[in-house]
Design a protein around this ligand. Structure first.
Ligand code: HEM
Ligand code: HEM
Length: 195
């Protein structure tokens, strides 16, 4: 069992990052949709929003650590048999997933920073996080908050769409192409070299 990636497969660290974050992000998406449907004045709503913010910050920290790990490791090569257009789609898709994993929590952070309520963010009730400076071009605090809510929602919906395509691609590799692409994101030693 190796921790680091090789040119042929992912190491344990990349695999644990991938599945922990996949669960966390899909959970946060559903959580976000659920909590925005609640009565804002109901007793538990405030605490649920704070939990959503804390878990969102966890995603932000994890994605930065994950990108650093990715830069310090080789990226497993895609199967040589993959057409050029599919390779391009895979690279663009992964870049898009990383971009959204960064942009969604950042848009959430900016949104709560713009809020006229000025509610402090204390991650998991222990780590206070300062508000970000909100660009004046976004208008008054209320206007900026509303615009950023739209952005946060749009980006989260975009992520869902991209994840669905990503899952479809992974299943196509496994069941139609019958290669090791899905298997190598599940266990560290690929059954065979796929390049
Ligand atoms: C990957 C991380 C995150 C995901 C996937 C996510 C997802 C979502 C989703 C799907 C919604 C519901 C949007 C709607 O349909 O109206 C939402 C709402 C919200 N999110 Fe996040 N979020 C993330 C991170 C964050 C962070 C880091 C913060 C703040 C620090 C945050 C603050 C909020 C707030 C305040 C709302 C409620 C907006 C409203 O009242 O309409 N989110 N989020
Ligand atoms: C929120 C959910 C998810 C996100 C954000 C996500 C993100 C990513 C990213 C960024 C990569 C590229 C890793 C790298 O090379 O640095 C990746 C790879 C991969 N993902 Fe996901 N993923 C998610 C869910 C899933 C699910 C549910 C599946 C399975 C059905 C899956 C299957 C794979 C596979 C097989 C790879 C490896 C591709 C390769 O070998 O090049 N992912 N994922």
């Amino acid at each position: 069992m190796h921790l680091r990636n090789t040119r042929f497969g992912y190491g344990l660290v990349a695999i644990v990052f991938h599945w922990t974050m996949a669960l966390l992000i899909i959970g946060l998406f559903l959580f976000g949709k659920y909590m925005t449907g609640l009565d804002p004045l109901a007793p538990d709503t405030f605490a649920l929003y704070q939990l959503h913010k804390s878990l969102g910050f966890l995603v932000l920290v994890l994605v930065v650590a994950r990108l650093a790990w990715r830069l310090a490791n080789p990226s497993p090569a895609l199967p040589k048999t993959m057409p050029r257009i599919e390779r391009l789609a895979a690279h663009l898709g992964h870049a898009g997933l990383y971009a959204l994993m960064l942009a969604i929590p950042l848009s959430g952070w900016l949104m709560v920073s713009a809020s006229p309520w000025g509610i402090p963010t204390v991650v998991f009730d222990v780590l206070p996080v300062p508000h970000l400076p909100v660009p004046a071009a976004l208008g008054t605090k209320a206007e900026a908050e509303n615009a950023l809510k739209e952005v946060h929602e749009l980006l989260a919906n975009g992520l869902l769409l991209l994840v669905l395509l990503h899952v479809a691609a992974a299943l196509k590799h496994h069941f139609l192409n019958r290669d090791d692409v899905l298997r190598r994101m599940i266990r560290t030693v690929p059954a065979r070299r796929i390049d």
